[in-house]
Design a protein around this ligand. Structure first.
Ligand SMILES: Cc1ncc(COP(=O)(O)O)c(C=O)c1O
Length: 449
């Protein structure tokens, strides 16, 4: 049987042309093909049939659980005391304390389907689905595992979120760096890489990117670059892994670019974008709730992976998240995330003013438009920030992250990442004053030496 070509489309519903299920098997990893459904979880959905008496699952009896009620307060700008009380109903508490489906609490998935439609224009039933995980990191790990075999080539924007590098390292992927600048990934460099690809070598299977407020650079990819990357993904047959935890922390110009997930909807062959969202930056990082949206064939394999390692993300965390999200509604969600983005915009402004005050002429940077990081280059350090940050600066009582941690392949870099999410203004000023002292001293010593 011949492999379906990339131009083969399965269905045309509401003008969305979805890649067929047969497109995916040859693109999945060997491990994905070996994954098997757990016999119990395979039958779990049948339990919800009306009138059915289930003897299926060894669920513990919640009458034996110690927690009998759950109440908590949330911030509420409309209420006089600034708070609103949430009380889980008996049914919600039971569901939250019990096992649930591998892909998540059904009501939370429904809410998230609605959110993706509002934010990204992708409707349920158009060849994609949602799986909830223990943070987006969990989903990224499983997404990469679904696609990559040892030795496979992958395109990775550089610098990049260090937390995913460990995934690609573990899988022994060949990481091909695609440079970035203040406008996100340099899609023309990606084109050059792909057009000069050795004919005998299998092409990269995926491109991993953090398109909004990138960790570490804080930059956001422009629309033009996103469109070029999407076009390349079709020309050269690779998936786009869109890791977007800072999507809702955007505070740049109003005409923000759409996500890859949204942009691909209007192209032929929908089904090459695997998107990762997180509640960590907008609700709580400790709840550990994130979710993946993308092709059913890939998410199915990710679910089988979960069945083998952790069965599901915490039902309790999902229930708390659902309770808050349902109380907000979609408009409340938008209002909340706008407030969070404004909070970080103010933090960014405070940090940037302190950068101007202490590091003008000693460092270079581009102002971030989303997220919580400043990425700056130390000038006069002979292209290496590692030593000064790890030794001299640390001894003077200031800790930042040397930029080398964010490159797939070992290298020296003069860049440093500083997070502006937590510190109050006086500490920001003190930290950057200390850093200034260190830089001035080292530059003097370099000149003498
Ligand atoms: C780019 C990026 N992706 C993923 C994650 C992991 O987020 P989560 O808490 O949802 O696992 C982070 C956390 O800092 C991140 O910066």
């Amino acid at each position: 049987m011949s492999e379906p070509t990339a131009t083969h489309v399965d269905a045309e519903s509401n003008s969305v042309q979805v890649l067929p299920a047969s497109f995916y098997p040859s693109r999945l990893s060997h491990a994905s093909h070996r994954r098997r459904e757990d016999g119990i979880r395979a039958l779990l959905p049948l339990e919800s049939r009306p009138g059915l008496i289930s003897l299926l699952v060894g669920k513990p009896n919640s009458e034996t659980f110690p927690i009998t009620s759950m109440q908590f307060n949330i911030r509420d700008t409309a209420s006089p005391n600034g708070e609103a009380t949430m009380q889980l109903t008996e049914e919600e508490l039971n569901d939250g304390l019990q096992y649930t489906f591998t892909n998540g609490l059904p009501a939370l998935r429904e809410w998230l389907f609605g959110l993706q439609e509002r934010l990204h224009g992708r409707r349920k039933g158009e060849g994609w689905t949602i799986t909830i995980g223990a943070g987006s990191q969990d989903m990224i790990f499983k997404g990469v595992n679904a696609l990559i075999n040892p030795g496979d080539a992958v395109l990775i924007e550089a610098p990049v979120y260090a937390g995913t590098l460990t995934i690609f390292h573990t899988l022994d992927a060949e990481m091909i760096e695609v440079e970035t600048d203040g406008h996100g990934v340099c899609s023309h460099s990606m084109r050059e890489i792909l057009e000069n690809w050795p004919p005998s070598k299998p092409k990269p299977k995926l491109f991993y990117t953090v398109p909004y407020g990138s960790n570490p650079t804080g930059s956001t990819a422009t629309l033009e670059r996103r469109l070029e990357v999407l076009a390349l993904s079709r020309e050269h047959d690779f998936f786009i892994l869109e890791d977007d935890p800072y999507y809702n922390l955007y505070f740049g110009p109003a005409n923000r670019p759409p996500s890859y997930f949204e942009l691909e909807r209007d192209l032929p062959e929908v089904g090459r974008v695997l998107r990762f969202d997180s509640l960590s930056k907008i609700m709580s990082s400790g709840l550990r709730v994130g979710f993946a949206s993308g092709p059913e064939a890939i998410l199915r394999v990710m679910d089988l992976h979960s069945q083998a390692v952790n069965l599901q993300a915490s039902s309790f965390s999902q229930m708390i998240a659902l309770k808050v999200l349902s109380a907000w509604g979609y408009d409340g969600f938008t209002a909340h995330t706008a407030r969070v983005a404004q909070f970080y915009r103010e933090k960014r402004d405070v940090f940037e003013a302190a950068m101007q005050r202490h590091l003008a002429g000693l460092a270079e940077w581009t102002s971030p438009e989303a997220g919580m990081f400043f990425w700056f280059k130390l000038l006069g350090m002979e292209g290496d920030s590692e030593y000064i940050i790890r030794t001299t600066a640390l001894e003077r009582g200031v800790l930042a992250l040397p930029g080398a941690a964010f490159y797939p392949n070992p290298r020296k870099t003069a860049y440093v990442r500083a997070s502006f999410s937590l510190l109050p203004e006086d500490q920001v000023n003190e930290a950057l004053r200390r850093l200034r002292e260190v830089i001035v001293e080292v530059r003097k010593a370099n000149k003498r030496g």
